[in-house]
Design a binder for this molecule. Structure first.
Ligand code: CUA
Length: 242
């Protein structure tokens, strides 16, 4: 996420899709600026020209083009957007399943290996599931450790980097929202319902996020921190936990 003094977007850790979305953003901006410049130019021409168009009644060809051109531009914006939307929901073949459950006011995480997809490490076969609760770090302790204020947690979620995963998000009480901007993830946590999203970090990183749905007095105090480490170490860490 963006921090104090940053003037640009935070780095996107979700490699392939992130690049596509970034490129699409640039494309939309390009079209928007072109339209703006053209409209301003025409406005100036109409304001300052000596010719008067008062008796100009109709011109079929002009009307045809000023309908068709904006339509084509909209199609040009819509098509790549649909492709991005499709890939953002595409759950490929995940190696790990990851569950985040929103609670008032903390997150609890469960990790399960996806048994349909073989893991690279055989020792992971024996591991089924584990659960951790993750609360916001106490202010006093946080200052002594030098973490980010209101963003660090006592138990960080740990996940393998560069591995396809699926995130399942749910809630056990009220609506929360699981948001990790750098990973392009934001999904509502709804009681009685499980939302599913693909999740992949293309590099080892520590990613911060916050609950993004007003869920009560401590809404601001249930941050999300996920540490992405190589899968080898992740499995070792899991084994140590079990
Ligand atoms: Cu949970 Cu806001």
């Amino acid at each position: 996420m963006s921090f104090y003094g940053s003037r640009y977007f935070g780095d996107i850790v979700h490699g392939e899709l992130g690049k596509d979305l970034f490129r699409y953003h640039g494309f939309v901006m390009m079209v928007a600026v072109a339209v703006l410049v053209f409209v301003m130019y025409m406005g100036c021409v109409i304001l300052f020209t000596k010719f008067s168009y008062r008796h100009f009644l109709n011109r079929q060809r002009l009307e045809f083009w000023w309908t068709i051109v904006p339509m084509l531009m909209l199609v040009g914006l819509w098509f790549p957007s649909m492709i991005n939307l499709y890939y953002m929901e595409e759950v490929k073949r995940p190696r790990w399943n990851f569950k985040a459950i929103g609670k008032q006011w903390y997150w609890s995480y469960e990790f399960c290996r996806n048994l349909d997809t073989p893991s690279s490490s055989e020792s992971a076969e024996s591991i089924s599931c584990y659960t951790i609760d993750s609360y916001m770090e106490d202010q006093q302790e946080m200052f002594s450790k030098g973490g980010y204020r209101l963003l660090d947690v006592d138990n960080r979620m740990v996940a393998p980097a560069d591995v396809q995963m699926t995130a399942f998000v749910s809630s056990s009480d009220v609506l929360h929202s699981f948001a990790l901007p750098k990973l392009l993830i934001k999904v509502d946590a709804i009681p009685g319902r499980i939302n599913r999203l693909p999740m992949k970090a293309s590099q080892c990183s520590i990613i911060y996020g916050q609950c993004s749905e007003i869920c009560g007095v401590n809404h601001s105090f249930m941050p999300i921190v996920v540490e992405f480490i190589p899968e080898k170490y992740f499995v070792m860490w899991l084994e140590a936990l079990n």
